[in-house]
Ligand binder design. Sequence first.
Ligand SMILES: [Zn+2]
Length: 110
Amino acid sequence: MLLNTLRCDGCGRGPKLIEWLRAEFTSDGYAEWRHPGRIFREAGIPLSYENKDRCARLFEALFGHPPPEEMAYLCPECQEWALRELPGLAALDKNPGPEDRTIHQQPYYG
Ligand SMILES: [Zn+2]
C-alpha cells in the first residue's frame, strides 16, 4: 500500500492524513509530492551522472543526511525549502573542495 511506502527523502515524514485522503479519494494522487530530481532541475542543478557527487553534497547540506540510494519523493515543505536554499548552496559549492586544494609537496632531498 502506497501509504506505507511513501516517505519524504528530505525529512522522512509520511503523508499527512489530509494528503492521504486526497490521494485515495481524488485522481490527484500525491500530486504535490515530487521527485527530488525535478526540484533540483528547477533550481538549475539537474541531477546527472556527472554531477551526482555535487548533488549528493547539496542534498546533505539541505537535509542533514545523504540522499537515499533511490530518491523518490520530497514532501511539499521540503520542496519549498530546497527551492529556496539550493541556489545559495550551489553557489557556495562552486568553491573548490579540500581535495582540490591538496598541495603535492615535493620530497625534500637534503
Ligand atoms: Zn519532507
